[in-house]
Structure formats: C-alpha cells, structure tokens
Write a protein that binds this ligand. Structure first.
Ligand code: ATP
Length: 292
C-alpha cells in the first residue's frame, strides 16, 4: 500500500497564551499542499515494525513519528503480524511544514486499512493527538482552523484554487527555540484570524492573502535575514503574499498565476537564497490519504 503524506502551510499563525502545563494555546489557519512524502507499507513475515527511509539523518526507530503512530495502533489492537514501512521524504525536515506529523497521519491511515481495523477518521484523529498536536489535522487535511494546542479543528471552506511556491533556506530553527524567542507580552499586534475566516467563507483569496501573518516571523527573521530576503523575492516576482510557515524557516508565497509561479521558482533556484525550491498546488480534499 502506498500513501501520500502531504505537507501543510500556515496561512495565519497566532499564539494566544502559555498554559500552566507549558503548552501554548494557538490559533492557526492550516492548508494542505501537494508536496508529499511517500509511505509504502506492507505486512511482513516476522513480527514487529521495520522502517527505512531515503534520508540517512532521520531516525527509523521509535523516535520516528510514523513508527510511533503504527506502534500505537498495533499495540492497541494486539496485532501479532509484522509491518514493514518505507518512507521517501520530500517534505523538508524541521521546516515548519509538519512533515513528521504527516508521516504519522499516513501511518495511522495505512495501518487502519492494512489490518482492517475499521476505525473512522474521527477515531483515528483521537489517537493521533497522542503522537503530536498537528497529527489530527494531517489526518483530516484541507483548509482548517486549529485551536487549543493545534488539535481542536474546525474544517473551513476550501480556498479558491491557487499555487504555492516553497523556499527553504539552509538554516534550522527548532520549534522550541521559536517559542523561547517569543515574548507574548511584547506582541504589539496579532494576526487577524477572524478576518481571515470571513475571507475564506466568502472565497476572497485577495483579502485573505493580504491578512496573512505569523507571530513567529518578526523574531525569527531578525535572527535569519535570509527568510525576509526570500519573502521579498517572492513578492517582487508576483506572489500575492509571502510568509514564513510555522516556526520556520520555510517561506511560502501564494500565486494565482501558474506561469508567474514557475518563473518565480526558476529565479529563486538561480538566486541561491533557498536550498529547497518547490512549486505546488494547494490540496483541497478532505481525508487522510490519496493512494497512488
Ligand atoms: P512542524 O511543522 O510540525 O513543527 P517540522 O517540519 O518542523 O514539523 P519535522 O520535519 O516533522 O519538523 O521533524 C522534526 C524532527 O523530528 C526532525 O529533526 C526528526 O529528527 C524528527 N522526526 C521524527 N519523525 C520524523 C519523520 N517521519 N520525518 C522527519 N523527521 C522526523
């Protein structure tokens, strides 16, 4: 069975407060894009889970989110057969695109199907939050408002069809550092998430993109100016708006014109500002996977 684990971008990202348990309460507008890792899964003769990946530097044991997701279901349902998983990563790692979370979501959906566990999407999402706050969203996909620590989801109307240019510079930002750098008292203005929700329900891509904002961006760009450079580069080449995704460092630009998108992608590659450049369509269907 071959599954696609799709990446997400945050069209809007606000942090509301720090809870007593240390987690942050957020309000985020999530959007799935057609950039994906591929997860091949099959039963194997010997018991246990084996995982391999095309990237030597990501762990293939129980530190891998796809492994953890598969194990959670297999333990719960006491599956004695073995499972073999092969992961081909295309989503940049530690980039603010929920790559690991999406791989976990694909593993949930795949194990559920392969062993005919009969869990509904909702039942999978309930288990998914145990692996990570973004994993339930990665099971659901499409356009959604994420609240709480990211696990309280409200599906939203699909965006008008548009394109996304991804540019990831060669810097690493951990989510932990991004939160540590964020001084909640000092945030002068918060993203207009409510205004964005209105634009989404009215199908107003132009209103929506003009309101795009990420509370992490000012702090992270101050540290890594290349992020701002990529953002400006995309906007100068026709993006309706460009912004950092999640806690960075990936920058995405929204385009309504395919030719401009590809021309901007070529220019960005030549500029040397970004290590990974990728042009994608947004993905607007609901549901955990799309088999190839
Ligand atoms: P988010 O947007 O949710 O913050 P991210 O894109 O910042 O996610 P990931 O790519 O999911 O981050 O991975 C972050 C870390 O998690 C990596 O350093 C890696 O070692 C570990 N990891 C665990 N499982 C995976 C996986 N399946 N793919 C990539 N990294 C994984």
């Amino acid at each position: 069975m071959r599954l696609r684990a799709m990446a997400k971008i945050n069209l809007g990202l606000d942090v509301i407060r720090k809870r007593e348990d240390g987690y942050h309460e957020v309000r985020m507008i999530m959007q799935t894009i057609r950039m994906y890792d591929t997860l091949d899964i099959r039963k194997k003769q010997t018991p246990g889970i084996s995982l391999s990946s095309n990237l030597p530097y990501i762990p293939c044991d129980d530190r891998n989110l796809a492994y953890r997701a598969a194990k959670l279901l297999m333990d719960e349902f006491q599956i004695k057969e073995g499972l073999s998983m092969k992961l081909a990563k295309a989503i940049p790692v530690a980039a603010g695109m929920a790559g690991g979370s999406s791989d976990a979501a694909a593993a949930f959906v795949g194990v559920n199907r392969l062993f005919r566990l009969g869990l509904t999407e909702e039942e999978l999402m309930k288990r998914a939050v145990k692996i990570g706050a973004d994993v339930p969203y990665c099971v659901m996909r499409g356009t959604a408002l994420a609240e709480g620590i990211g696990e309280k989801l409200t599906p939203l109307a699909p965006l008008p069809d548009c394109y996304v240019l991804i540019g990831k510079p060669a810097v690493s930002v951990s989510t932990k550092t991004a939160y540590e750098n964020l001084n909640l008292e000092k945030i002068g203005r918060h993203p207009d998430i409510d205004g964005m929700l209105q634009d989404i329900s009215g199908g107003d891509l132009y209103g929506l993109t003009q309101k795009m904002e990420n509370v992490f961006e000012p702090g992270i760009t101050a540290k890594y100016p290349v992020i701002r450079q990529i953002r400006d580069f995309m906007e100068e080449r026709g993006a309706l708006k460009a912004m950092m995704s999640g806690s960075g460092p990936t920058v995405f630009g929204i385009f309504d014109d395919k030719r401009m998108l590809y021309a901007a992608a070529e220019d960005l590659k030549k500029s040397g500002l970004a290590k990974t450049v990728f042009a994608a369509r947004i993905y607007n269907r609901r549901g955990g996977t799309e088999d190839e």
